[in-house]
Design a protein around this ligand. Structure first.
Ligand SMILES: [Zn+2]
Ligand SMILES: [Zn+2]
Length: 272
């Protein structure tokens, strides 16, 4: 059993990768006691983000094994610290990618903690007490209230989980571009790639009333894009005639207000 710092007294069951083979196996480890700013969460669901796979396989070369992945966490609060005012026992909550930040820099002061240069992640991070953080592929989590969000009653916990990483990743650029305001004019939005991020981008963009074109290397995704997610158009990126407006040979991208790129550029023949 992993032993960390002295105040890590709580035994938790979870799943961890122990090497770069790509396998995760049951793993028992310790979490810290619930501090005055902390809440303890009984984890009900945890999304699987591609980042989890990168860390499990050490594809970025920074994995600290054993790694317990998972940063799209939803659950119920079972304990609150004495300084916790935002939450109470029984609340439905979620935790995304952040475990700790400096709290002092301009980003932390402006609710942009994700840009803090001392950010520590929900897993594979180093918390202020020196312990390595473990993520949501586990029974429970102790989290600083600052990085915990409420899940509305009408939103099922299992569908809320992926919003905490994939969802916020595509929601933020739309918000920054003013596409989510009630009176924002209908825009033409391109979504490159329709995997975990892309399908949420399509659903957000449609929910806010925009015209959505999915660009994908996979012809098999057209039916799903149009029928399940409501995309208006589908362009196969490997077909150059589809990637151009034929009369002018102009890239159709020029007719889009915003292009959300959810894949690495090299996947698209157009950019090669
Ligand atoms: Zn993620
Ligand atoms: Zn900071």
């Amino acid at each position: 059993m992993a032993q960390t710092t002295p105040n890590h007294t709580q035994t938790v069951s979870g799943w961890a990768a122990h090497d770069s083979s790509g396998k995760i196996t049951p793993y028992v480890f310790k979490r810290r006691e619930n501090g005055i700013e902390d809440v303890t969460i009984q984890i009900l669901y945890c999304g699987m983000c591609h980042t989890d796979i990168h860390f499990v396989k050490n594809e970025w070369g920074i994995t600290m094994y054993p790694v317990v992945p998972g940063h799209e966490i939803t659950g119920i609060i079972t304990k609150v610290g004495s300084n916790v005012t935002k939450f109470k026992i029984g609340d439905r909550v979620g935790v995304g990618c952040l475990a700790a930040t400096c709290l002092k820099c301009e980003y932390c002061q402006n609710s942009q903690e994700n840009y803090c240069d001392q950010v520590q992640l929900t897993y594979n991070g180093i918390f202020w007490d020196g312990s390595i953080t473990y993520g949501g592929y586990s029974q429970m989590l102790v989290a600083d209230q600052r990085y915990v969000v409420s899940i509305p009653d009408g939103l099922p916990m299992e569908v809320a989980a992926p919003l905490l990483c994939a969802g916020i990743t595509v929601y933020t650029p739309m918000k920054d571009e003013g596409l989510l305001e009630k009176d924002s004019a209908r825009k033409r939005i391109g979504v490159l790639g329709m995997g975990g991020l892309g399908h949420l981008a399509v659903k957000f963009a449609k929910a806010f009333g925009h015209h959505v074109t999915v660009v994908s290397t996979s012809p098999s995704k057209e039916k799903e894009a149009r029928e399940r997610f409501g995309a208006d158009d589908f362009v196969l990126s490997t077909d150059l005639t589809q990637m151009q407006v034929s009369s002018l040979l102009t890239p159709f991208f020029l007719f889009l207000s915003l292009v959300l790129v959810t894949v690495m550029f090299e996947y698209f023949a157009w950019f090669n």
